[in-house]
Design a protein around this ligand. Structure first.
Ligand SMILES: [Zn+2]
Length: 412
């Protein structure tokens, strides 16, 4: 069994490798096809090897009035005069006290531009961080499988609030080399949102990260003679060139978006309807927006997004590049120069997959390939339900494990 060294870069685009001589020196390079969604969609696909229609995580928030952390805000729902932005900040802060247990990357975020009366309809999808046991309810993650297989691993840089990569990774020293070492680098995404990935600030950051990663690679190489190393990212980044105020569009059409149960994110508008009239009204208004469309069965099928119920919306409107909505549940979109979450077919939605070990012939690989690739490096069986494939060209006879065999192992 060869140990595996892996570097994850959030949002690194193939075109940015020109600024990263160490990464660009990797002999085998592929484009990474992303999922249709944000990080909360991509990470479970990477770590479980299955698409969203199986792991069921598409957005940070889902419709779930029975488990909402904001149930206690229900009495406030008729007090419209109370519903100001400062009140929302205060009530959100108050709720977080009860939700300290949530260790996920996003925690319980503030619903900035959403009337208080709707807060108690929604709950967050993630309740723990990716590497915590039982992160997904239905499928084990690579972390769960390795724990079950008594195969040790080390995660560096994924601790939220522990400082940036330079604080977490620069000081890292290899003690005992574990079968799998996973470095997590998240800052390219935030810099890209703020400046654009092609901006001087982001290029400077990527150059520094390239040197940081090369140093860790060199240190590892001094300790281990034969190992697999790969680098990957989850999606690309696309410049924002148009901003759409959806509240204004509803007003112009003689309506008010706050009459409807909804959630607005950068390029998605989701609605839940109490009757068919509401649906007809919303569909008509959305039809006046240029550059987007309502996702239908064809898209759900194609992007593996079929859900068992309406948890992510009775209607999901997709806004295409280069536009974003302002006034979302996350904020006002003023500082967002660049965005992701667009259709995987856009070339700029692609991430990267880089390796020194030969890879299978393909122009593109997928996020669901990450788990089987790690497992086959470690000569561990890959569960049969996995949607991805091992990307190694040769020499890795991955034995596929049947579902019930896996379940038996998990149970016993
Ligand atoms: Zn992002």
């Amino acid at each position: 069994m060869k140990p595996v060294l892996t570097f994850f870069f959030d949002a690194l685009k193939p075109g940015s490798l020109q600024y990263m001589p160490f990464l660009n020196s990797f002999a085998h390079q592929r484009r990474m096809t992303t999922e249709l969604g944000y990080s909360v969609t991509c990470h479970p696909s990477m770590y479980s090897g299955v698409h969203p229609d199986k792991h069921l995580q598409w957005f940070v928030w889902r419709y779930a009035p029975e488990t909402s952390p904001f149930q206690w805000t229900k009495p406030f729902r008729y007090l419209g005069f109370l519903d100001t932005l400062p009140t929302r900040y205060f009530l959100h802060k108050y709720t977080r006290q009860f939700r300290r247990k949530n260790t996920s990357w996003f925690g319980v975020p503030l619903l900035v531009n959403l009337p208080l009366k709707y807060w108690s309809s929604f709950d967050v999808v993630e309740d723990r961080s990716w590497d915590t046991p039982g992160y997904l309810k239905q499928y084990p993650t690579v972390f769960d499988i390795l724990r079950e297989q008594k195969t040790d691993f080390e995660v560096v840089g994924m601790v939220k609030g522990a400082g940036d990569e330079f604080a977490q990774i620069e000081g890292h020293e290899f003690r005992e080399i574990k079968p799998w070492t996973y470095f997590f680098l998240g800052s390219v995404d935030s810099y890209s949102h703020h400046h654009g990935q092609d901006a001087p600030e982001t290029i400077e950051l990527m150059k520094r990260l390239d040197r940081l990663v090369e140093e860790q690679f060199e240190a590892y190489s001094r300790r281990v003679k034969d190992f697999d190393v790969f680098v990957f990212s989850d999606h690309g980044h696309i410049r924002v060139e148009k901003r759409i105020d959806i509240q204004k569009i509803f007003k112009e059409q003689g309506s008010n978006i706050n009459r409807f149960l909804h959630l607005i994110e950068a390029n998605y508008a989701r609605f839940w309807f109490r009757n068919d009239r509401e649906r007809a009204t919303v569909e008509k208004i959305l039809g006046t927006i240029e550059g987007g469309f309502i996702l239908g069965d064809a898209e759900f099928e194609k992007y593996h997004l079929k859900m068992p119920d309406n948890r992510y919306g009775d209607l999901v409107y997709y806004l295409d590049t280069p536009a974003i909505f302002t006034k979302t549940i996350w904020g006002f979109g003023k500082t967002q120069k660049s965005m992701h979450g667009y259709l995987p077919e856009h070339a700029e939605s692609d991430g990267v997959f880089l390796s020194q070990t030969p890879l299978i012939e393909a122009s593109h690989v997928e996020l669901v390939d990450v788990l089987p690739t790690i497992l086959s490096s470690l000569e561990l069986p890959v569960p049969a339900y996995v949607d991805g494939r091992s990307l190694w060209a040769e020499g890795k006879p991955a034995r596929y494990m049947e579902d019930d065999e896996l379940m038996e192992q998990r149970l016993g």
